[in-house]
Each structure stands twice: as structure tokens, then as C-alpha cells.
Write a protein that binds this ligand. Structure first.
Ligand SMILES: CC(=O)CC(=O)SCCNC(=O)CCNC(=O)[C@H](O)C(C)(C)COP(=O)(O)OP(=O)(O)OC[C@H]1O[C@@H](n2cnc3c(N)ncnc32)[C@H](O)[C@@H]1OP(=O)(O)O
Ligand SMILES: NC(=O)C1=CN([C@@H]2O[C@H](COP(=O)(O)OP(=O)(O)OC[C@H]3O[C@@H](n4cnc5c(N)ncnc54)[C@H](O)[C@@H]3O)[C@@H](O)[C@H]2O)C=CC1
Length: 313
């Protein structure tokens, strides 16, 4: 039953994307990690020309490998009785993805730039300033930030009317939602193009103002943090907390599994950012156990250990 549901989701995302049209044809995704590789994949499988950028050639090689494997999963489902068409789909989608280690050069041919680099305001500012100087007039900039303010990120660019938030969820090829975030100066035309593009890549779009965490993370991050605090106090084991929320509340993953999946560093970036901004909000208080795990390099699934141990990929 579970497999049937997942199959339906991936197949529906794919067929939506094939049917929809978007004004955006060339997209540059900056950051080839967990999120950037997923955003590149869904864009390429929807027929867009993608340039995936990372400072690290090793990350780009790893991303291409994982995109190839994930496209293979999609092909197996969508073309289950037509393996040759499945192979063609994978080859054509892969051929639409170029890679680069030069963000500025890659932005020159983009209709849309989606930024998915580290969750750090200073680093994002530096990148967007650089891109704003070279990207064509019409190019829309978007950030996939989990928790930072879109208005603050876009404060360094001139094209504030052509800037917004496009917040995807992990794993991008599977999760159906896209939060489309309007900044104070995002124009109606930019908002409309972002909504159409989101549908074209197979997502269900919701709209949110530029408020901390938008909708999902404003609810999800405090929940994850409360679970870490519960575990830190020794009120229940990690396994029991996760089992409780899966079997008692119907979540697909428990909160500590989800924290490991998202990345404990990302969880910490979000919490620290909100704590600095809202020091009196008890939900955003730093968590010593989370800080300890991050300082030990136990960042979750991607590092091979977080609250649990994982086979390193
Ligand atoms: C921090 C932020 O800013 C925002 C966020 O992203 S918050 C995090 C949001 N994400 C979540 O809450 C995820 C919650 N977890 C889930 O939905 C599910 O556990 C899950 C989809 C991740 C995995 O589902 P599962 O049934 O436990 O595992 P699994 O059987 O391996 O995967 C289900 C299907 O999805 C596919 N899949 C899983 N991960 C995938 C990936 N990374 N790429 C492509 N396909 C993937 C699998 O191929 C599988 O397909 P089949 O059934 O055909 O084999
Ligand atoms: N991890 C998650 O579940 C989610 C994360 N996000 C957000 O997406 C963004 C990226 O997160 P992840 O993919 O998890 O991080 P990640 O650490 O997996 O990937 C980030 C990549 O960006 C690259 N990078 C850093 N600075 C760069 C620069 N100046 N130019 C080009 N590449 C650069 C790094 O080399 C790294 O490969 C963050 O803003 C995060 O908050 C949003 C939704 C979910």
C-alpha cells in the first residue's frame, strides 16, 4: 500500500510536469548538495535546460550520480512496461543538465536562478551581489532558504521586484509541495511566473508571506526541537520518540529520524538564526545536545551519524 502511494506521487508529479508549460526554459541551480541536486533533477525531467553549479567538482560528480540513480527510479515507475522509453527519458533528462563551478558564468544564460547554498546570510549576500551584476535583466532570482528572510536576502540586489522564495522539501523528487514566497517588493509578474514554474516542475504550490520558516518550517522545526529536548532530558529513548510519532500521529518519519535526514547542521543554522532574532522565544532557545552533535561532526544521514548511525554513501 505504501509503495502504491509513493508510486502514484512520483508518476503524478511527472505527468503534471509534462503537461504544464512555463515561461522559464533555462534554469541555473546554485548549490549541488542535497537540495540543489533534487531541484536540478525535477527541472530537467520537466524539460528545462539546467546548469547545476557548485564550488566543488566532487560535489557535482556526486550530484550527477545521484540524479542519474533517482531518474532511473522514476523511469522504472513511469515506463514500467516500456524500458527503452525509460532509458531514453533518463538519457534525455541527464543531457539537459550541465555543470559548472562558476556561478557568475552560469547565471548569464538563466531565465531563473534558484539558490540552494549554505544557510548563511553573508554567504548568500555575496553570491547574489555577484549574480546581480551579470545576469540578464529579465532573470528572476529565488532562494530555497529554509529559514532566512527573503527581504533580507534580496536587500543586496537591484532587482528586488524579480526576487522571491522557492522553498522545496527534502527529498525534492518525492515531496509534492513548493512554498512560493513573496517578498515585500516581489512583483505580480514575478510571483505569477514562479507559481507557473512550480506547477511546470510538478509541484503543488502554496503562497506565503516572508515570515520566519514560512508555513512548514515554522511548524516543523519547533516540533523537531521539542523532540530533541525530550530526548536530551532522558524522558524517552530516540527510538521510542520516533516510534511514538510514527504510530501515534501517522508521520512517515519520527522527529529525530527527520532531523538526521534534514541535516543537524541545517537544523542548528535555523534555530540559531531565529534565536538571534527572537531571543525571548523559548521555542527557539539553543539546544546543548544539538550543538554537541554538530560540533562532533555528527550531522545526520549525510555524515553517517546523528541521532542514529547510517551507512556512509
Ligand atoms: C528543512 C526544510 O527547509 C524543509 C524540509 O525539507 S523538511 C523535511 C520534509 N520531508 C519530510 O518530512 C520527509 C518525511 N519522510 C517521508 O516522506 C518518507 O519517509 C520518504 C519519502 C523520505 C521515504 O519514504 P519511505 O517509504 O520510508 O522509503 P522508501 O521506500 O525508500 O522510499 C519511498 C519511495 O520514494 C523514493 N525515494 C525515496 N527517496 C528518494 C529520493 N531522494 N529521490 C527520489 N526518490 C526517492 C523511493 O525510490 C521509493 O520509491 P519506490 O517505492 O518505487 O521504491
Ligand atoms: N536540508 C534540507 O532538508 C533542506 C534545506 N533547505 C535549504 O537549502 C539550502 C541548501 O541546503 P542543503 O542542500 O541541505 O545543503 P548542502 O550542504 O547539502 O549543499 C549546499 C552546497 O552548496 C555549495 N556551496 C556553498 N557555497 C556556495 C557558493 N557560494 N557557490 C556555489 N555553491 C556553494 C556547497 O559546496 C554544498 O555542496 C539551505 O539554504 C537550506 O536551508 C531547504 C529545504 C530543505
Amino acid at each position: 500500500m505504501k509503495k502504491m502511494v509513493q508510486f502514484g506521487v512520483i508518476a503524478r508529479n511527472f505527468s503534471n510536469s509534462s503537461a504544464m508549460q512555463s515561461a522559464i526554459k533555462n534554469i541555473t541551480v546554485i548549490g549541488g548538495g542535497l537540495m540543489g541536486s533534487g531541484i536540478a533533477q525535477v527541472s530537467a525531467q520537466a524539460g528545462q535546460n539546467v546548469t547545476l553549479v557548485d564550488l566543488s567538482p566532487e560535489v557535482l560528480a556526486k550530484s550527477q550520480k545521484s540524479i542519474g540513480a533517482n531518474l532511473g527510479r522514476v523511469a522504472k515507475k513511469v515506463y514500467k512496461d516500456k524500458p527503452q522509453e525509460g532509458e531514453k527519458f533518463v538519457a534525455e533528462s541527464m543531457a539537459r543538465i550541465k555543470t559548472s563551478t562558476d556561478p557568475a558564468a552560469a547565471a548569464k544564460s538563466a531565465d531563473l536562478v534558484v539558490e540552494a547554498i549554505v544557510e548563511n546570510m553573508g554567504v548568500k549576500h555575496k553570491l547574489f551581489q555577484q549574480l546581480d551584476a551579470v545576469a540578464p535583466e529579465h532573470t528572476i532570482f529565488a532562494s530555497n532558504t529554509s529559514s532566512l528572510s527573503i527581504n533580507e536576502i534580496c536587500s543586496v540586489v537591484k532587482r528586488k521586484d524579480r526576487f522571491g522564495g522557492l522553498h522545496f522539501f527534502n527529498p525534492v523528487p518525492v515531496m509534492r509541495l513548493l512554498e512560493v514566497v513573496r517578498g515585500a517588493e516581489t512583483s505580480d509578474a514575478t510571483y505569477k511566473t514562479m507559481m507557473e514554474w512550480g506547477k511546470a516542475v510538478g509541484k503543488t504550490c502554496i503562497t506565503c508571506k516572508d515570515t520566519p520558516g514560512f508555513v512548514v518550517n515554522r511548524l516543523l522545526v519547533p516540533y523537531i526541537c521539542e523532540a530533541i529536548r525530550l530526548y536530551e532530558r532522558g524522558d524517552a529513548s530516540a527510538r521510542d520518540i520516533d516510534t511514538a510519532m510514527k504510530l501515534g500521529a501517522g508521520y512517515p518519519m519520527g522527529p529525530l529520524e527527520l532531523a538526521d535526514y534534514v541535516g543537524l547542521d541545517t537544523n542548528k543554522f535555523i534555530l540559531d538564526g531565529w534565536h538571534n532574532k527572537y531571543p525571548d522565544q523559548p521555542l527557539f532557545k539553543p539546544i546543548p545536545l544539538l550543538n554537541k552533535l554538530v560540533s562532533e561532526g555528527k550531522l545526520g544521514v549525510k555524515a553517517g551519524e546523528g541521532f542514529y548511525k547510517y551507512e556512509k554513501k
